[in-house]
Design a protein around this ligand. Structure first.
Ligand SMILES: *Cc1c(COP(=O)(O)O)cnc(C)c1O
Length: 384
């Protein structure tokens, strides 16, 4: 049986990898080389001529991630932002993009403060509102870009419904699957054209690598993206690719535990009087719980909750936590917590923050895979 036809857990460990033909090494080596000897001028071993274009460690990771997303092709980048930039390079001046309104701050910055200068028009739209989504398309619309669940409000957007809208209009759909992970949601199978990841988060899972990836099924689209990957050159080094390959071997186990722990923490917060609102896609109270159940096979490790006091109460709570660390980023084995209003979303203008529901008392949990009783105990002592 080829690893590519196997079930998820088997593919996580084996897809794109084989024992090293030279030595039998079980782990894909870190091919720390810039260039490759050619048997004859212009003839390469496989496609290896220069490491910006191709590198064996990166190639194994690209094949592995393509397999985990149910895609045919993977491309890896030096960061999630570099992966997004590769997609935006497919556009030209005059093109229009429909962007979901509650996106990662860096995504917002790339679209609105880098590509605006290149004549790309952006509409920020709440894509949980399908009438608003339909009304946002223009004749010039070339791309819809969405995240689901979103950051930090964890809105869940119906990928199949958006794919349907895009298909009829010849618009490309790109889905940032960073929060959901390939374990819980595969946008390509729901009709998306491109899946984007910040592999810094759950794919890496240990808060020790910055990386990004794009996964596709269409060979022509892959070639256009690969051309930009090579031309711009925002590629990851072999060592980072090795670390990410090591990470994907446990992603299914890690994500399962993230989900279990987050569900228990969310229920605990929901029952606690100090939290006036708890947002987690796995709770029946979540506005798009039904969509989440339909398109995800678990609800992830991220929780957003609103505290009854304001900024000072939230700050005091965060400072008293001992197991949770106050930090940006997410998706690592260790539990993190942050205040979107002062940290990740401080650069979002206050009126936009208010419109999205990012209040001063809001806290965002990245629930790790520690013992859940210790996590709940930590929350209790910090509130006490
Ligand atoms: C972190 C993040 C990014 C950006 O990725 P980097 O690896 O930090 O460049 C993009 N999208 C989402 C949802 C993220 O969480």
């Amino acid at each position: 049986m080829s690893a590519d036809n196997a079930r998820f857990a088997t593919r996580a460990i084996h897809a794109g990898q084989r024992p090293d033909p030279a030595t039998g090494a079980i782990m894909t080596p870190i091919y720390q080389t810039a260039t490759y000897a050619q048997p004859s001028p212009g003839k390469f071993v496989e496609d290896f001529d220069y490491s910006r274009s191709s590198n064996p460690t990166r190639k194994a990771l690209e094949a592995n991630l393509a397999s985990l997303e149910g895609g045919a092709f993977g491309l890896c980048f030096g960061s999630g932002c570099a992966a997004m930039d590769c997609v935006l390079h497919q556009l030209k001046p005059g093109d229009h993009v429909v962007l979901c309104d509650d996106v990662y701050g860096g995504t917002n910055r790339l679209f609105n403060r880098v590509y605006d200068k290149h004549g790309i028009a952006i509409s920020l739209v709440d894509l949980t509102d399908h009438d608003a989504a339909r009304a946002a398309f223009r004749r010039e619309t070339k791309l819809m870009w969405l995240e689901t669940p979103t950051n930090p409000m964890l809105k869940v957007i119906d990928i199949a419904a958006m794919a349907e809208m895009c298909r009829g209009r010849g618009v490309m759909l790109a889905v940032d699957n960073t929060f959901a992970t390939p374990v819980l949601q595969n946008p390509l199978s729901l009709g998306a054209d491109i899946v984007c990841h910040s592999s810094t988060k759950y794919i890496g899972g240990h808060s020790d690598v910055v990386g990004g990836a794009l996964i596709t099924r269409d060979a022509g689209l892959h070639e256009r993206l690969k051309f930009v990957q090579n031309s711009v050159g925002a590629v990851p080094g072999p060592m980072d690719c090795f670390l990410l390959l090591r990470s994907t071997k446990t992603i299914h186990v890690r994500v399962q535990r993230h989900c279990e722990n987050a569900m228990k923490v969310a229920r605990h917060l929901e029952a606690h009087k100090r939290f006036t609102r708890v947002v987690y896609p796995g709770l029946e109270s979540h506005p798009q719980h039904a969509v989440a159940k339909k398109q995800m096979c678990g609800f992830g490790g991220m929780i957003t909750a609103e505290m009854d006091g304001g900024l000072e109460d939230a700050r005091r709570f965060l400072e008293r936590l001992r197991v949770f660390s106050i930090a940006e980023s997410l998706g690592g084995v260790e539990s993190l917590i942050e205040s979107p209003a002062i940290m990740t979303h401080a650069s979002v203008p206050p009126e936009q923050r208010a419109r999205l529901g990012i209040t001063d008392g809001l806290v965002r949990f990245s629930v790790g895979i520690e013992d859940v009783d210790d996590l709940i105990g930590d929350i209790e002592q910090a509130l006490g």
